[in-house]
Design a protein around this ligand. Structure first.
Ligand code: G3P
Ligand code: MG
Length: 352
């Protein structure tokens, strides 16, 4: 709100530090915001022992929406104004691929309806289809669903004959909302001659595969962790191996814990610092800036932060369920705390 912006403007910036918040299992669980999350974000607006604002980004392996929609959603849930330029979704860095595939036909997988196709178009991919479009073209491609109607297609104005419209890449942007259909159509594209649907199966990979989020599990408001996009990858690899008897399935991963995500987040933090204090000497700042990541998933948030040379803080409100006082043995965090508010208090105390 304008009031909270005015409030924040009273404070100067502490640019020597920056914070990357994970979302699920840290700030929210399912659709429910954690009170500690509300207070933690408020502290970064200057309401802390430093009496200064600390720049932050939200860095989630979630997606399936635009960065602007996610920013609006979290702003509303947590009562703190968040800009789209502070949001790193699992698929955000995939926009760099649009330079390579701008006019190439790409299969976009995941999410509900054609939202992920729309996201891909907004990133600059001009020629996208979805598994749903393929089933509309030929319902026998996946006979276990009612064929989609015109309004459900990703581009109702574009009539395609997939037998004459080969794919150049497959991009999984978000969780599959229909594992069976998506496993069928993705393996079809990847092992058909020239990645042309309906052509003979050649059992070697015909197109590159890009994946946006390797999380096997994530935390929502269910008492136990739920399947993440990584669960779809496990099924895809198993089907690929069973169908092709061992041809390697090559793929490129985005999302935490991969370095591409941390480079992207650091560039957002650079731009944030420049907007906050236009006279900032970026070379100097990058050398001295300490970035803290707060996360609940050791395999994603902590492994990635440690690999990027950031300081990692593990919370106990999500995937991690070790006994109090313990750390994750495989990916130990710099610090383990109960929740995100304690994490920010520790960061501020460290910066004092
Ligand atoms: O589907 C989202 C999940 O895999 C992780 O979200 O915010 O905990 O990185 P987050
Ligand atoms: Mg999480």
């Amino acid at each position: 709100s304008p009031a909270s912006t005015a409030q924040a403007d009273r404070y100067s910036w502490h640019l020597d530090a920056a914070v990357a918040f994970d979302i699920d299992g840290v700030l929210v669980r399912g659709k429910r915001a954690l009170d500690e999350g509300r207070r933690a974000l408020k502290m970064l607006s200057g309401d802390n022992a430093l009496n200064k604002r600390i720049p932050f980004v939200l860095m989630t392996n979630g997606g399936g929406v635009s960065e602007a929609a996610k920013a609006a959603d979290i702003s509303q849930l947590l009562g703190v104004e968040i800009d789209a330029r502070q949001v790193v979704l699992s698929h955000s860095p995939m926009q760099a691929l649009a330079a390579r595939y701008s006019d190439d036909h790409v299969l976009v997988v995941g999410g509900v309806g054609h939202r992920c196709a729309d996201i891909a178009r907004a990133y600059g991919f001009r020629n996208v289809s979805t598994p749903n479009d393929v089933v509309a073209w030929r319902p026998s491609a996946w006979p276990f669903m009612r064929p989609p109607e015109g309004g459900q297609l990703s581009d109702p104005d574009r009539k395609r004959d997939y037998a004459r419209d080969p794919f150049r890449a497959v991009m999984v942007l978000h969780d599959s909302f229909d594992f069976g259909r998506d496993l069928q159509i993705v393996t079809d594209v990847l092992r058909s001659r020239d990645a042309t649907l309906g052509a003979e199966f050649v059992n070697k990979q015909s197109a590159p595969l890009y994946l946006s989020n390797a999380d096997l599990i994530f935390s929502n408001d269910y008492p136990q962790p739920r399947f993440g996009q990584g669960a779809f990858h496990v099924c895809l690899r198993a089907m690929w191996d069973a169908l092709t008897r061992g041809a390697p399935l090559e793929h490129t991963c985005f999302g935490k814990p991969f370095a591409v995500q941390y480079d992207f987040a650091e560039r957002l933090l650079d731009q944030l610092a420049l907007r906050a204090v236009p006279s900032t000497d970026m070379d100097q700042l990058c050398n001295r800036r300490r970035v803290y990541a707060i996360g609940d998933n050791p395999a994603a948030d902590i492994a990635g932060a440690n690999g990027a040379g950031w300081t990692s803080v593990l919370v106990r409100t999500g995937v991690f369920n070790g006994e109090p006082g313990t750390n994750d043995p495989a990916n130990p965090a710099t610090m383990v705390v109960d929740h995100v508010e304690d994490a920010v208090s520790w960061i501020v105390a460290t910066e004092l």
